[in-house]
Each structure stands twice: as C-alpha cells, then as structure tokens.
Design a protein around this ligand. Structure first.
Ligand SMILES: [Mg+2]
Length: 489
C-alpha cells in the first residue's frame, strides 16, 4: 500500500443514460432507462431520475417498466458511447502511462507512475482538473476516487457519486470502511452478504473484528483470508496497463443486432484474427480461447476452450472460436462478439521482435472495454473497441429503434421516440437545440432515414479570422464565403 492517495478511479455518472440526456434536450431531468427492450432485455443504465423509482442496472426491463412506467426507454447507441469513451480515455492517458480501463466509462490511473501526483494535494488537484476537462470535452460528468489502493479508490468514487471527488487519506481507510456494508467490498455478492449477515456481520467493521480465523471458518480459506485483508483496507494490486494484461481480447459491439448466422461466423473469424494479431504484437501466446457473445436481450455468455499448449496460430484460435460459437444460440440476434486468449505465456525474445512489426498497427488498441454488463462474467482482460462497421440495410420495422437517430428530408435531425403498427414517432431536436416537437410518419416514409449520432457538443465554429472554407460544387455550404453570405436555415 502506498502512503499517498495516488491511485485514481474514474467512473462516469450513469454513463449511457447521461449521454442520452445530453443528446436529447427533451429528456433532461427526466427518468431515462437504456437497455435491451426485447422480452428478455435488462437495464444497462438508468438515469438518476429513474433510480429514484428503484430502477437499477441488470434489472429485467419488464420490472423497470412496472416501477417507472413513464420513463423513456431507449436502445443503446454504442457508436456514440465509444466516441465519448475515447475522449475520456485520451484525457486519462495524459495523466499516466498506467491506465487500466475496466469498461467504456471506468478506469484506474496510477498518478504516481505518470508523475502527475505524489501527495494528497497534487492528487486532489489532478483529480479536479480531470473532472473539469471531462466536462469541457464531453459535456458529461464523471466521479473520481483517490486512495492508496485500487479497492479504496473504487469505493471512493462510488461514494463521491454523482459528479464528485473523494480522496481517502492513507491511514484513514479503516475509519472510512468500518461503517460501510460488507457488500461494498469487491467479491461480496448477495449470497456471501446474506451468509455473513446470518453470522451477525453486516458492516466492514464487523468483519475486521471477527478476525481471519472466524472468516475462514465461515466462507472458506481463500475467500476468508481475502475478506479479512479487504476489511482492514489492505490491497496491493497494481494498476495494470493493457500491455501487461493476463489476457488479450478484442470485441465489437454492433449498433444493429446481427441475425445472420453466416455473418456472425464471419465476425468471429475476423475477431479471432485480430486477437492473434494483438497477441503476437505483445509477444505472447496463450492456452485458453474465450468467446463472448452478448445477445439482443443483453444476456452475456462466455465459452472457453483450453488447448493442450499455448498457441499464437491464427488458424488454431479461429477454429477454437468457431467451435465455441456452435454451442451458442444466436437466433434472437447478437449485439456484441468478443474473442480472447488467456493463460498467456511469454515468447522468446527473438519471436517477440520478429512478430512485433507485423502487429504494430494493432498495438494502439483503444482503451475501451466491454459495453454493458458489469455482471458479465467475461474472464477477459482489456478490450478493444473497434470502428463501427457498415451494416446491411435492415427491414423497415427493425430500423426504427427507440432512441436511435434519424433524419427527415423536411424536418431535419431527430430520434425515434417509438414505433409500432406501421407508424414511427420522431422527436425533432438536436443536442444543442431546445426540446423539440414530435411528429408521426409511416414506417416506410421515403423521406425518413436512419442517421449517425450527432456529437454531444456543438462542433466549434471556425476561429474568427479563419478564411471561410470554399464549398465544393454540389456540397452543402457551396458558395458560402465573404462575398456570398450563407443563408441561415
Ligand atoms: Mg459509470
């Protein structure tokens, strides 16, 4: 444990829901629930307004609808979240080379390793600066925890939420942890929590007082010892940057579910190749191939196969991933696919240098992580978010997903508020406009087309004094210039 609170944990506040509220002026201050809207869908993120009704992530969507019938229910827009995540991760990278992303919106940063803080005052300043930068660059808020260990930094950011910063001075850990619920500690789920409660332990202080022997007797050797360490605030785990991870994995989230089995197989094959590319670039090989599939309803499955020896052979990884896919039902649609290799072994040095060049461009992996489920049991390390790919045109009734962007030839940019019975309702507003009005169209209205998400902040207008861009013939803005002022529309 270090003596200065230089481990930072950042967690964006209600990330997907906040991004949707930032994008959709009519939803600001209102309950918003983002997740799978199918029959078996679960909540990915609820806005703070929706949480007041008891809605929380991983809850079945049907239950959320009963609790908050008037909330806006939206299908996630991962391409937007990825873009914001990249901006956030870029800011973190300026603080330290040791950044450990946990998901699209959460990461540990070792400030000391980056030379950006070495005591409480400098850590606090770095944390506040980061929060201000995130707000300026993304328009969203994030909470920051600072402590001498990862466990405490994460607990601190949780306590700081929303839109706050909490620094735990090394030496005060036990004081802070004592009154908190045992469930605050990592690895203490509902079952362990209930087990401990029946033994009369509800707070972290209860655990610390019970002592190691008693905890080992209650929950077993490995878990009991770990629990006791955590209750005392002991945690020596280092912040691990991607290059030092114990596994290598890549994954892609699709804005529109994949239904075609052939397409799914093709994507898995491609991911296997990319994964091996990165494995080789890192000079590693691995024994266990992992396939991750998130289905249309946000249920996430992982399947793994352990080979006889470590491999970095693309054909071997590809074939193992294909075999794993055979055991997964994808008929309802697939939202995310991932392929990983774990159980890593190091190469000999020669191999490393021979392969490094081949994999170089893959080495600059995005810092993004798994899309949604904190509950996802993926044994993967860091993940790479990839570029969104062009999707084949889906049938009309599947095109109008609640919350997704559209453009109407006459009314401009908007988003789908709902669809059904051959109609689609669109609210016409932009992230920087006033709340807009709603119009209804036939689902096959030729003037209505799906669109890409707009950025959350209005793209900045050119600096004063910058010469106006010459519009090309046939493009918007053609003829706009000093002599022919643009028509505002
Ligand atoms: Mg978050």
């Amino acid at each position: 444990m270090r003596t200065a609170p230089t481990i930072l944990h950042l967690d964006m506040d209600a990330f997907y829901a906040s991004a949707e509220q930032a994008a959709k002026p009519s939803l600001r201050g209102k309950p918003v629930v983002v997740g799978g809207l199918g029959p078996r869908g679960v909540v990915a993120t609820a806005s703070y307004e929706a949480r007041r009704f008891g809605v929380h992530s991983a809850m079945p969507m049907a239950q959320a609808r009963r609790l908050a019938p008037n909330a806006a229910y939206l299908v996630p827009r991962f391409s937007l979240y990825r873009a914001v995540s990249e901006q956030v991760m870029e800011l973190l990278a300026t603080l330290s080379p040791l950044v450990e992303p946990l998901s699209l919106d959460e990461a540990f940063v070792d400030l000391e390793a980056g030379g950006s803080a070495d005591d409480s005052a400098s850590a606090q300043a770095a944390g506040e600066r980061l929060r201000a930068d995130i707000r300026r660059v993304t328009g969203l808020t994030g909470s920051v925890g600072l402590a001498g260990s990862k466990m405490l930094a994460k607990i601190a950011s949780e306590q700081a939420k929303p839109d706050g910063l909490l620094l735990i001075e090394p030496g005060t850990e036990r004081e802070l942890l004592g009154p908190l619920s045992v469930r605050t500690l990592p690895g203490v789920g509902p079952a362990t929590g209930e087990h401990l409660r029946r033994a009369g332990m509800t707070t972290v202080a209860d655990l610390a007082e019970a002592g190691e022997d008693e905890l080992v007797r209650l929950v077993g050797k490995a878990h009991g010892t770990a629990l006791h360490h955590m209750a005392l605030g002991h945690d020596d785990r280092p912040v691990v940057a991607e290059r030092d991870a114990k596994s290598v994995s890549v994954e892609d989230t699709f804005d529109v579910d994949l239904h075609d089995r052939v397409r799914v197989r093709g994507e898995v094959e491609r991911l296997a190749e990319r994964c091996v590319h990165r494995l080789r670039a890192a000079g590693r090989s691995g024994r266990t191939v992992v396939l991750k599939v998130r289905r249309f309803d946000f249920s996430t499955l992982t399947r793994s196969e352990t080979l006889r020896g470590p491999t970095d052979d693309p054909a071997v990884v590809r074939e193992a991933a294909a075999r794993l896919l055979e055991s997964v039902d994808t008929t309802g649609g697939v939202r995310l696919l991932g392929v990983g290799v774990s159980g890593l072994a190091d190469y000999t040095q020669e191999d490393l240098f021979a392969q490094a060049a081949a994999g170089e461009h893959e080495g600059e992996a995005g810092a993004a992580g798994p899309g949604v489920a904190e509950a996802s049991a993926a044994p993967q390390g860091r993940n790479e978010a990839a570029e969104p790919k062009p999707e084949p045109e889906p049938p009309a009734e599947r095109r109008w997903l609640a919350g997704h962007d559209v453009r109407h030839a006459r009314y401009g940019a908007g988003w789908v508020q709902g669809s059904g019975l051959g109609r689609v309702t669109v609210r016409f507003e932009e992230p920087w406009s006033q709340p807009g009005r709603v119009r209804t169209f036939a689902v096959d209205d030729p003037e209505l087309t799906p669109a890409e998400p707009l950025p959350l902040l209005r793209p900045s207008s050119p600096e004063p004094g910058t010469p106006p861009r010459d519009g090309l013939p046939g493009q918007p803005g053609a003829g706009c210039g000093a002599k022919t002022p643009c028509q505002s529309s």
